[in-house]
Write a protein that binds this ligand. Structure first.
Ligand code: HEC
Length: 188
């Protein structure tokens, strides 16, 4: 009888954790969709700007368009959507404690050989007494990014960045470095 109870309990616990995993997976897939849409729009604006206007004018676009797109995608999806980094350009993008820990974790996982394109973290955390689903996905640095985030910037580019972001920290990146991450959350 005692053994039976133990087995029953063990099954119950396993089934419970399966269900939890499943619903985590649903949130993760939904979050990935939100990131894909946001990233698609951002990249579209970036590529168009770089092709037609060059980096200096595109800095102006990033300055206004990036926060507007984050806001638009947050409203569309019902998630809170943003980007963050250990070395932020816009101080509004500075990480909170949870994000800082995840960004550091991403660096460690990358150093241990994980594919930077696939670095993802999802967790249910408690904030002000509420359960909140949080998720981050790493953003690696590509060649085009180094025009505005690299170590050697063209003179007019760094002048424009100095003007708009006197506290800019987002320079000195090489291709493949983690530039930052998308960060999402929604109350459960
Ligand atoms: C034309 C210049 C330019 C290029 C090219 C560029 N960025 Fe940025 N990036 C900016 C500016 C300006 C901001 C600040 C936007 C804001 O005010 O929210 C920024 C902000 C960011 C942020 C948000 C965190 C922070 O530092 O404030 C991330 C992440 C980021 N860029 C990643 C990238 C990646 C990845 C690429 C390449 C695919 C890239 N950027 C290419 C100019 C650029």
């Amino acid at each position: 009888m005692k053994a039976r109870t133990t087995i029953f309990l063990a099954c119950f616990i396993t089934a419970g954790s399966c269900l939890a995993d499943e619903s985590m997976q649903v949130h993760i897939e939904e979050g990935k969709g939100v990131i894909k849409a946001f990233f698609g729009d951002l990249k579209g604006e970036l590529v168009k700007g770089m092709k037609t206007q060059g980096p200096v004018a595109t800095i102006g676009t990033c300055n206004t368009v990036a926060p507007n797109l984050a806001e638009a995608h947050s409203q569309m999806s019902g998630w809170q959507v943003a980007r963050t980094s250990l070395k932020a350009r816009n101080s509004n993008n500075k990480p909170d404690a949870w994000e800082m820990a995840v960004l550091n974790e991403f660096e460690t996982r990358k150093a241990a050989g994980e594919d930077p394109m696939k670095l993802l973290k999802a967790e249910v955390v408690e904030e002000d007494g509420r359960q909140v689903f949080r998720m981050m996905k790493a953003i690696p640095t590509a060649e085009v990014c180094t025009k505005c985030h690299g170590a050697e910037l063209a003179e007019p580019v760094s002048a424009k960045l100095d003007e708009l972001y006197p506290e800019d920290q987002a320079r000195g990146y090489k291709v493949g470095d983690l530039r930052g991450a998308f960060t999402l959350k929604k109350p459960l």
